[in-house]
Write a protein that binds this ligand. Structure first.
Ligand code: FMN
Length: 335
């Protein structure tokens, strides 16, 4: 029957059907993403600790940025600062003081100190902030919020190495040695990658490291991923980078992928600097695959996969795809 149909249905009808099918699956995937963003993001209400933290970080960071301006405007952002203080107060009541509240405290203290010379912060807000700060721990020795001065030499002293050479020596490695990768090296690389910039410093990422020894989970995850055929079985460790939708608000629907992508690149470079071979693996899942991925790994419901990183030790000699780059003139327009 199928072969008869194949013969009698004209080519243009098949093409039309296929394109409609593709259109339908694009819509289906968009609807899936829309519903997930609606459900898991902080767009509507700060429903849990993570959402509150995302809001607090976003808002204290706005103050940090204001204070870091060449000439901060005295009394800036009073309404926002007041709203932040309310949320931090509720947060402390619900969850107690922690690193986030102490960073907020440092920032608010600097905000008040800066105002001392101008007296532009309304009295009600000064009283509110002092009351809030009395509930926070301001005793920590190292300042984690507000601003700091950096001498130029701190940067220039770091620049005596061949960055372009280092960058260009990285290739996607799909041919690894059989020696297992030390998890500590991976953790060190992720530790460095924590310093990747992110929107309002929200750091909305969560990484899962699947160790060499966890063969069963590694295989399960790679089975759903559609770009590791021919080398998946030689991957030593697998890194699953996810972004957390609970840190994002309305209009930020793409931010999780931007921040997650930048974070992933930092991990790739840190692993490269550690002498390991790495290959990014896509998580371009259609809805069905996405569900299969979700079912193969326990993780918070607000996590979205950004990419996997296949990691292995380098052989003495190994083959890579050349992956020629487009010329600069083709990708840059100077105006
Ligand atoms: C997000 C992302 C997903 C990728 N997915 C795959 C994949 O599934 N399988 C694979 O073999 N390579 C994958 N790659 C590697 C690319 O093919 C590779 O980075 C590109 O060809 C450039 O080559 P280079 O990394 O050696 O410079 C991916 C790269 C990125 C950035």
């Amino acid at each position: 029957m199928k072969s008869i149909l194949k013969k009698i249905v004209p080519k243009f009808a098949k093409r039309f059907y296929r394109s409609k099918q593709t259109q339908f699956s694009i819509i289906q995937d968009y609807v899936y993403d829309y519903r997930k963003f609606n459900r898991e993001s902080a767009s509507f209400k700060l429903k849990n600790k993570e959402m509150m933290q995302a809001y607090i970080i976003k808002e204290y960071h706005a103050i940090e940025k204001g204070l870091a301006m060449l000439e901060p405007r005295p009394g800036f952002g009073a309404e926002r600062v007041s709203a932040l203080a309310d949320v931090v107060g509720t947060y402390i009541t619900c969850y107690g003081i922690d690193a986030v509240t102490s960073t907020t405290a440092f920032t608010l203290r600097e905000y008040l100190n800066f105002d001392a010379a101008y007296k532009k912060v309304p009295d009600y807000l000064t009283i509110k902030l002092e009351a809030l700060l009395s509930r926070c721990d301001e005793s920590s020795q190292s300042k984690t919020g507000g601003t700091k001065i950096i001498p130029k030499t701190e940067i220039t002293d770091m620049l005596d190495f061949d960055y372009a050479g280092f960058f260009k020596s990285r290739h996607s490695v799909r041919d690894f040695s059989t020696e297992p990768v030390s998890t500590q090296i991976i953790l060190d690389a992720i530790d460095t990658a924590r310093f990747t910039p992110s929107v309002c410093n929200r750091q909305a990422w969560k990484v899962f490291v699947i160790e060499h020894s966890n063969q069963e989970l590694k295989e399960r995850l790679l089975k759903v991923q559609n770009g590791n055929r021919g080398f998946g079985e030689h991957i030593s460790s697998l890194i699953i980078i996810t972004g957390k939708l609970s840190s994002f608000f309305a209009y930020e629907r793409n931010q999780v992928f931007i921040d997650g992508g930048m974070f992933s690149m930092s991990i790739v470079l840190a692993l490269h600097a550690a002498g390991l071979g790495v290959c990014c693996l896509n998580t371009s899942y259609a809805t069905k695959q996405y569900e299969a991925f979700k079912n193969s790994m326990e993780m918070d419901s607000d996590c979205v996969p950004i990419m996997f990183l296949a990691v292995g030790n380098l052989k003495d000699d190994f083959k890579v795809a050349i992956s020629e780059r487009k010329p600069l003139s083709e990708i840059v327009e100077v105006r």
